[in-house]
Design a protein around this ligand. Sequence first.
Ligand code: UDP
Length: 493
Amino acid sequence: MTASKPHAVLLASPGMGHIIPMVELGKRLLTHHSFHVTIFVVTTDSATTTSQILRQTSNLSSLNIVHVPPIDVSDKLPPNAPVELRIGLTIVESLPFLSSSITSINNFPPPSALIVDIFGLPALPIARDLGMLTYVYFATSAWFSAVTVYFSDTNKKVIETHAESRQPLSIPGCTPVRFEDTLESFSSPGGIMYEGHLRAAKEIVAADGILMNTWQDLEPAATKALREDGVLGRFTKGEVYAVGPLVRSVEKIPEGGKKGGVLQWLDEQPAESVIYVSFGSGGTMSANQMREVALGLELSRQRFVWVVRPPREGDASGAFFNVASGVDAAMSYLPEGFVERTEGVGVVVPMWAPQAEILEHPATGGFVTHCGWNSVLESVENGVPMVAWPLYAEQKMNAFMLSEELGVAVRVAEEGGGVVGREQVAEVVRRVMVEEEGAAMRNKVKELKLSGEKALCMFGSSHHSLSEMRKECEIHVQASSSSSSSSSTSSPS
Ligand code: UDP
């Protein structure tokens, strides 16, 4: 163990979409940049799935994973509180545990850096008090990161004009955000979401550095804008690093090992013939919408794998805190006779599917996705074109980037009444799976896959970014150890 080897503490906030990228970052820091790594995982009632995912990383025994005792904030919030508020409060309640655990880590060198995601910001003062460097990890695009950095210093009038006039929001050096794709926090300036995002943005720009799960060649304009002092770089205190694409790798099943379930079914299907349909770790839809998806898949006459959840009216993230429950209920909402009629053509998986493995499977040829950034990266990493069906958060921006800029997705159009009809569902699926434009998208997404691999290799831009960040941490460790040794020699004994 070298004295200057940095020790990074990572805090993963609740939700698989937050835990997975944080664990992947931790693995990368450990295996490619020789950090000591400790990951604190804030658990919710999706703990079953969480431990399953974390078990897959247990082969990395030097990755020190600490589970924060589960926290239930339901009696402190109204039942319909937005998911962001619930996550935020859960993090705040976990701070005492986090603080005492960080100070008592004694099996490694003292922690030198704390890395949080955008919900873990309340933990940053703990790190500052302990003399650690602070980093914020955007497990999303450089474009969203750029919008947030710009927002930290934007006059409220600019957002008000965007909301009232419904004109695009200009972001220096980046693609403007169309009103149709804007964030919930911008559509009602001064509201609770707006204030929360603004507070977060101000804390993010004050961190010692920003990491993003993207890569330079995927988003050249936004990464450049964020790094240049003359554009957005002047708003951030520290460097901005594009370190991706970091996605969950698939565990290889040992020769002769049992596969079972959906993966075994995929083994029996022709190459690139199956469309995978899933709306992220917590995505839910109304009963009507679920019915239209079912009938649309049937109408498309394509093979499919569909992850279903019990419907929720008016709550697109209804399963965020409980992906492990509701397996039987989910199936009972399918249209009568659907499972029988689609036998052999499709597989319905209740609640949770092995997504990384499905997308990696050669039989998978398309992905109907809510455009959560992890899902997007997993699809790109496997060269799978998409149907973009955004639900909440920054997903509409992601959908725009995929369909309008990168040309690797067909976007679902909104329909009157808020329900996308079965005809459109069938049409978008066929456009990706059967039409020529689908073949063109498949070629493009395979190019992106190669570009992502290049970014992560030894001389790639993302590898370089993390090496730079490591140097920063190393210098910090050396400075701290020399100042503590000089204070100990100068102090009276
Ligand atoms: N996921 C999975 N099985 C499922 C649903 C989701 O393995 O049935 C994983 C998916 O592979 C991805 C993460 O959960 O890594 C979801 O993250 P994303 O950013 O796509 O969406 P979020 O859940 O944050 O909205």
